[in-house]
Design a protein around this ligand. Structure first.
Ligand SMILES: [Zn+2]
Length: 327
């Protein structure tokens, strides 16, 4: 989009087009993303345009956007967010207009896995054969959730996480995070900067996970059924996304503790929560290597079952019983 690109083709960063792009307000760059109220065709149904100011603010404060943070930034925790058929009509309309600059038109469609099937079908022809000088960028966080008819019309590029060391440096430099904390966060996020940032900004949410993990291990080790019921009641009131995230968190913690056991040292999440009573070293002695695959399958299956809309309390209770059997 740059008006005066460098000899190597890179953007200058200073021209009007670059400044507009950096503010997400270039007239030839269009955004479509999941919103609440985007599920119908009627006049009351909304499109991304109505949420554009919030979306721009969100992107400016968070360079590594995650869906759940977008949901909370528009206070839509209890709503279903999707990209509806009215959005597809709006997109087709925008792409049919002449570009302002006479150069390329770009559509950034964030999270095609949230397209309703009617909305997706409406876009198929354009995705397959966009107009001249038109680029469609579909950014997914879950390729398996994108309709195969869309994937087959796209060139798929996989963008790997930045990696642990880079995330550590980024947190340290851009967010002034102390080196020890940056190390824990980069490990816990497996080198995913969006997740590391999310953990950093929502320490309290992560603390809830860390506490639930410690409880679950104590309950399982002691085969404490009453404790299990209380644990299920508490976690059963969480949202599905949060519960799935908790299972992912638990897998990461268990593997970090296993690494600690094999190396005799290392950072684990509990270093960041001295207020939680948990002795990593003591627990690592109880954790036999043969337990690891069993824990992993409990967490993986729990996450899948929650995604399949099973009753969270039943899934959690089942996970608790299976963990008791491991020790
Ligand atoms: Zn420029």
């Amino acid at each position: 989009m740059c008006d005066q690109p460098n000899p190597n083709g890179g953007a200058c960063g200073f021209c009007d087009a670059c400044v507009q792009s950096s503010l997400f307000s270039h007239p030839d760059v269009h955004f479509a993303f999941p919103i609440s109220g985007g599920d119908g065709e009627g006049a009351s149904s909304k499109t991304s345009d109505q949420y554009l100011p919030e979306f721009r603010t969100y992107l400016k404060t968070n360079p590594f956007p995650m869906f759940k943070n977008w949901i909370s930034s528009i206070s839509a925790q209890k709503k279903v967010l999707q990209i509806g058929v009215k959005e597809s009509s709006a997109v087709l309309n925008k792409l049919s207009l002449k570009s302002h600059s006479g150069k390329y038109k770009i559509l950034v469609l964030w999270l095609p896995e949230k397209l309703s099937s009617a909305a997706a079908n409406k876009l198929l022809k354009t995705i397959e054969e966009p107009n001249e000088k038109t680029v469609l960028l579909l950014i997914t966080h879950d390729l398996s959730g994108v309709l195969p008819t869309i994937i087959s019309r796209c060139l798929v590029f996989s963008i790997p996480p930045l990696g642990g060391k880079q995330v550590e440096r980024w947190l340290n430099k851009e967010r002034n995070v102390a080196p020890d904390t940056a190390r824990v966060l980069s490990k816990m996020s497996c080198g995913d900067p969006g997740l590391a940032l999310d953990y950093l900004e929502n320490r309290e949410n992560l603390k809830v996970f860390a506490e639930a993990f410690v409880s679950s291990m104590k309950i399982s080790f002691k085969k404490d059924f009453q404790g299990l019921h209380l644990w299920v009641e508490e976690l059963g009131s969480w949202g599905r996304g949060q519960t799935q995230e908790y299972f992912t968190f638990s897998s990461t913690v268990i593997s970090e503790i296993a690494k600690y056991k094999s190396m005799g040292s290392g950072e684990v999440i509990f270093d960041w929560f001295p207020e939680i009573s948990f002795k990593t070293e003591g627990f690592s002695k109880l954790l036999k290597y043969s337990y690891l695959p069993m824990f992993m399958s409990v967490f993986d299956e729990g996450k899948i079952d929650i995604g399949r809309n099973l009753n969270p309390k039943i899934v959690l209770f089942d996970a608790g019983i299976r963990m008791m059997e491991i020790f």
